[in-house]
Write a protein that binds this ligand. Structure first.
Ligand code: ATP
Ligand code: TZP
Ligand code: MG
Ligand code: MG
Length: 268
């Protein structure tokens, strides 16, 4: 695996400016839209069932995020997902809080039963619980996991969908091929929506790539490098959040490649 390939993805995203349709939670709508603009992509947000399919049909990628779910929103997600599937537009699921309540876990499962999802991006608790593992989710955060690798590989095999399990380290796998990303900064855990924006950024990278795992590894390592750059002179969550948006806009291919920490492995 040639890692310098991954660094070129950011140029592709900035050149193509993919339109990402986000059906997402109320907490992160503004941060996600600003983050996608800063990256060089274009955001659109809508929940209305009346237009979910039309909007998805015209997008380059669809992001479904269950963070502040309602029953009508699940229906809109399924309709948007069908429309995207019909046009081979990639669909990414962020199962925020799956495992914390039955409503969330069942909604995420319903989406997976009805929509062909290209990637699930979440924390270890969310993805583990979808795969039927006995894991702990408190609110929208997961607790006490150290071996993300086992959870991710088990989940990808069980669900038969590539997964990206993020945390201190990130594991991106289809159960056979695995990328481990060691970029990132702990200040990301002090900004709400850091994971949600990452899912939308990953959707933009997948929309501009051909290989789901490679595009996802590029997105997650780029995001981690951006956080490292932003944290350099900004030790608090407030200034870090602003600097993070600036760095999403500014970090170039050379800086990305220089700071990238990605390991690839393949099951024999
Ligand atoms: P959670 O709700 O459990 O925080 P999340 O959906 O917010 O999950 P994260 O796992 O926090 O998503 O991932 C968002 C980004 O933050 C990823 O790029 C990840 O690598 C990074 N990240 C999370 N925790 C750390 C950490 N302790 N050190 C470095 N980077 C981190
Ligand atoms: N509550 C419902 S959705 C949400 C909160 C705090 C945002 C979660 O964002 P992230 O990116 O998973 O931390
Ligand atoms: Mg987080
Ligand atoms: Mg999350």
């Amino acid at each position: 695996m040639n890692m310098s390939n991954l660094s070129t993805y950011i140029e592709r995203v900035r050149e193509r400016q993919p339109l990402i349709h986000n059906i997402t939670n109320q907490v992160v709508i503004n941060f996600t839209a600003n983050g996608l603009y800063a990256l060089g992509a274009a955001p659109v947000m809508t929940n209305a069932i009346e237009e979910a399919a039309d909007m998805a049909s015209n997008a380059d990628g669809l992001l479904l995020n269950i963070g502040t779910l309602s029953s009508p929103q699940v229906e809109a997600m399924i309709q948007a997902g069908h429309a995207a599937n019909q046009r081979n537009i990639p669909v990414i699921l962020d199962p925020v809080g799956a495992g914390a309540t039955t409503f969330r876990t069942e909604a995420a499962r319903r989406i997976l039963d009805n929509v062909n999802v290209s990637l699930i991006r979440g924390n270890a608790g969310e993805i583990g619980s979808l795969a039927g593992l006995d894991v702990k989710v408190r609110g929208v955060d997961s607790e006490g996991f150290h071996d993300f690798g086992d959870i991710a590989i088990h989940a990808a095999k069980q669900l038969q969908i590539p997964v990206a399990v993020t945390g201190e380290k990130d594991v991106i796998t289809d159960g056979k091929q695995t990328f481990i990303v060691e970029n990132g900064h702990s200040l990301l855990t002090k900004v709400t929506g850091a994971g949600c924006l990452l899912s939308s950024v990953t959707t933009a990278f997948i929309a501009c790539g051909t290989d789901i795992l490679e595009s996802t590894a590029a997105a997650i390592s780029f995001y981690g490098v951006v956080a490292e750059v932003a944290a350099e002179n900004n030790p608090g969550p407030g200034s870090f959040q602003m600097a993070f948006l600036d760095a999403l806009h500014q970090v170039d291919v050379d800086t990305f490649l220089e700071k990238m920490k990605v390991i690839f492995s393949k099951e024999e």
